[in-house]
Write a protein that binds this ligand. Structure first.
Ligand code: BDP
Length: 585
């Protein structure tokens, strides 16, 4: 599914803004015909947006939220294929147009779209209804409920009851777009790039919608073009680029791939342009290589999280976040713990950030390692890779965060996830992010590298920064022995309450956070098989209420509203001066 774009053949109507909203508290919305009209007490709510902080009474609402708005389909869209595209919701979604069921989507964060050509009359007004189900279920992926013995993730004692350490915001979190193309149109483009000496190689797999005879596809990049006949709904082409400029974090050079669908007489039916980068990522021995050069990932685990907006895509916040990460000299981040808005990845392509794109599988434990869950999980992996595979910024797939994998079923689950990811994309290494000790990580052998989250000096060796260093190295070494490949310190850090100062540094002070990060960062830089260190977290973020979170997680180097703590200046010094070698931006 391609990100919608406007050009001479494609038009978008953006439906973002204020929708009518009603929470389906009694569970009888469909019986009461909410698909036709929401009840009289429906209120206005913003899309994209999470509902929890827009209206105070919805703060703890984790159920089915109903959205409704009317729209006009432009009269000029007669004879066109009309699609509705929802960039991502907080859970399962169902969609109706004028009360008629259009379809649904399972799972959070990833986009979905429907062909509305049969439902929408150009030049007429229609009613769109979207139900987003954010119920915290034991059976969802990730599971939304925690309190069971086998959930040892440590985050299961809060309100609401989630086995992970971030707030389960509900809502439509990305744009709702209506767009039109010709009936014969380009449905998807998947690009793989590589290079041989100075020649770039671009392999394009294009999927088409429509069945007219005699169509052809023209693909063009850097003045090289190929024209191919359409013989089925898939067209495969290969182009080369002479004297290629490689994409990297230091030189995020993008080429424009243009794909045109032509009628038998050569008329342009559809066109889609895609920014692509030519680069190679591989794991060799203990190294992660970008274009043949070892790379060290310095940056952050992040969250999509901002006051009032919740998990909504918010371009202004994204601009600020990239500005701050650039200021510090970070070269990378992980989309912890779920897929972020695609716009964020397009920005990374242009700005030169290396992204670890993560699935929503956070805090998995033995109870999910069943056949049903595995089928669901592999489906989500396919959807994620299909969405993100054209972004040169995405260099690694992270298939889970902090799972416990001790049984044969768990090992099989992680092996099949790895096989699925490799079948979808053979050009990027895969990893997952582990914790505790290697015994709980029986999946590791199937992955190219392992991320490890470590909070020595905080949850262990509490208060003792110097004492934490030996334990940190010992633990990372144990993982290195297990995987016999590179290790990434995917999370480390300490909570700091902005404005709390202490000399000598003690827990929760800005000094303690800053010193922990500095000492541990410098320590792991001595380990040649560690290929990156991401500070947890870029900014403070909202969590469930628990007795060990004061107004959320305070491990941010920035406050929730993006003001720097002391650690920010420390990282700026570390990443720009002390460690400003070839890895810098
Ligand atoms: C790690 C989790 C992360 C938490 C962090 C913490 O991966 O989601 O927020 O711990 O406790 O275990 O701050």
């Amino acid at each position: 599914m391609l990100f919608p774009q406007t050009n001479q053949c494609r038009e978008i109507v953006n439906l973002d803004g204020l929708f009518q909203f009603a929470p389906n508290v009694e569970g009888d919305a469909e019986l009461n015909d909410w698909t036709q009209a929401l009840p009289k007490d429906a209120v206005e709510i913003a899309v994209p947006g999470s509902w929890n902080e827009q209206l105070r009474e919805l703060h703890e609402f984790h159920g089915e939220g109903w959205y409704q708005r009317d729209f006009w389909a432009p009269a000029g869209w007669k004879g066109q294929r009309i699609r509705l595209r929802i960039g991502g919701t907080a859970g399962n979604a169902k969609v109706w147009v004028d009360g008629k069921a259009v379809g649904g989507h399972t799972g959070p964060h990833l986009p979905f779209e429907f062909d509305l050509s049969e439902f929408v009359e150009p030049g007429a007004s229609h009613r769109l209804t979207i139900a987003v189900d954010n119920t915290l279920r034991y059976q969802s992926l990730p599971p939304g409920q925690a309190r069971r013995e086998e959930d040892r993730a440590g985050f299961g004692l809060g309100y609401p009851d989630v086995p992970y350490d971030f707030f389960p915001y509900g809502g439509i979190h990305r744009s709702v777009l209506l767009y039109a193309t010709a009936m014969d149109s380009i449905e998807n483009i998947a690009v793989e790039t590589d290079y041989q000496e100075t020649t770039g190689v671009v392999k394009v797999k294009l999927r088409l919608n429509g069945k007219s005879d005699g169509l052809s596809v023209k693909m063009n990049v850097d003045d090289q073009a190929v024209t191919l006949p359409v013989e089925s709904n898939e067209v495969i082409g290969e182009l080369t680029i002479g004297n290629v400029q490689l994409w990297s974090n230091r030189n995020p050079f993008l080429y424009t791939l243009k794909c045109e669908l032509l009628s038998p007489d050569g008329a342009l039916l559809d066109v889609y342009t895609l920014d692509i980068g030519v680069r190679r990522v591989e794991v060799q021995g203990d190294q992660l290589l970008l274009n043949g050069e070892p790379i060290f990932l310095k940056g952050f685990g992040k969250h999509e999280d901002f006051p009032i907006l919740g998990k909504a895509w918010a371009p202004a916040v994204a601009v600020r976040d990239y500005d701050l990460m650039s200021w510090l000299g970070a070269n990378s981040f992980r989309t912890s713990h779920y897929p972020y808005a695609e716009e964020m990845l397009s920005m990374a392509d242009r700005l030169g950030f290396l992204v670890i794109s993560e699935t929503p599988f956070v805090s998995l434990s033995e109870r999910v390692y069943t056949d049903d869950f595995r089928v669901q999980a592999c489906h989500v992996i396919r959807e994620l890779i299909q969405r993100d595979c054209n972004h040169p910024s995405v260099i690694l797939w992270s298939l889970a965060n902090e799972p416990y994998i001790e049984s044969d079923a768990g090992e099989r689950f992680f092996r099949e996830m790895a096989e699925t990811a490799r079948a979808c994309d053979s050009t990027r290494p895969i990893m997952y992010v582990a914790h505790e000790w290697p015994e709980q990580n029986r999946g590791a052998q199937h992955y190219d590298l392992l991320g490890v989250n470590k909070y020595y000096g905080w949850y262990h060796e509490t208060g003792d920064i110097q004492g934490s260093l030996g334990k940190l190295v010992e633990n990372l070494e144990a993982f290195h022995q297990q995987v016999k490949g590179p290790i990434m310190l995917a999370e480390f850090g300490a909570d700091a309450v902005a404005g709390l100062h202490s000399d000598p540094p003690v827990l929760f002070s800005e000094e303690y956070q800053s010193d922990t990060i500095e000492a541990q960062y410098l320590k792991v830089r001595e380990l040649p098989w560690v290929i990156g260190a991401h500070v947890w977290n870029f900014a403070d973020f909202k969590t469930a209420q628990t007795i060990n979170r004061v107004g959320g997680n305070k491990k941010g180097v920035f406050t929730r509203d993006r003001q720097p703590k002391l650690a920010a200046r420390t990282l700026k010094r570390l990443w720009n001066d002390t460690d400003s070698d070839s890895f810098s931006r």
